[in-house]
Design a protein around this ligand. Structure first.
Ligand code: SAM
Length: 200
């Protein structure tokens, strides 16, 4: 996670054009354990609750990583139809294994700033601990892409660390954005929950 980036930069020699979930491919097998230790499970549950998913809704997740949130979405609302995206094929493989046997879930390799979907095709978008992996320009491009793929009236739900700049960025992309809660996890500190609506 981003803790690695800050505290162990000497270990991070990424040959990717994205920052992987645990900061480096070699640490990916430990990512799920790390999220448990940091206390992310209640945050995933909270985000799913805030999204208020109902049967038949089309959901897109950006930066799904190893599918921690994806799995919870399907458990909370088995009849939701979710496409979970991430640029990291290794993370997607892990996510796929976790959701084996579940229906209405598929994974697609994609960058949040370049979503391979038609305009207005989704009712909900979800993002957990992903936006802080992006630089400012990429974050703005990702916000514009999520706005594009949501239908009018569709809603983006975000949980992240260091989210102070995000509401403004989402407003700039066209969303009505509200901070809907705060939380804490070990080491990384404050979490912010955001709801961003593409007005009908
Ligand atoms: C800290 S992980 C979060 C994973 C998952 N959402 C969770 O909460 O466990 C951040 C994820 O963002 C992904 N990521 C990095 N750059 C991205 C981009 N430009 N677009 C979409 N996802 C990206 C990484 O590959 C990684 O899987």
């Amino acid at each position: 996670m981003d803790f690695m980036t800050e505290h162990r930069p000497h270990l991070l020699k990424n040959r990717h054009d994205y920052l992987p979930a645990a900061g480096h491919d070699a640490f990916l097998p430990g990512y799920d354990l790390l999220t448990r230790v940091l206390g992310m499970n209640p945050a995933y549950r909270e985000l799913v609750t805030q999204a208020g998913l109902t049967a038949g809704q089309r959901v897109v997740e950006i930066g799904c990583g190893t599918g921690n949130l994806t799995v919870r979405v399907k458990k909370a609302c088995p009849a939701a139809d979710i496409v979970a995206t991430d640029p990291d094929p290794r993370a997607l493989q892990r996510a796929q294994r976790k959701t084996k046997g579940m229906t209405g879930v598929r994974f697609e390799r994609a960058y949040a700033q370049e979503l391979p979907f038609d305009d207005g095709g989704f009712d909900r978008a979800l993002s957990s601990m992903m936006l802080h992996h992006l630089d400012e320009a990429t974050k703005a491009a990702a916000a514009a892409e999520v706005f594009r793929v949501l239908r009018p009236g569709g809603v983006l739900h975000v949980v992240d660390v260091r989210g102070d700049d995000v509401p403004q960025l989402l407003e700039k992309a066209g969303f009505d954005c509200a901070v809907v809660g705060y939380g804490r996890i070990r080491l990384a500190g404050k979490l912010t929950y955001l709801r961003a609506t593409r007005q009908a």
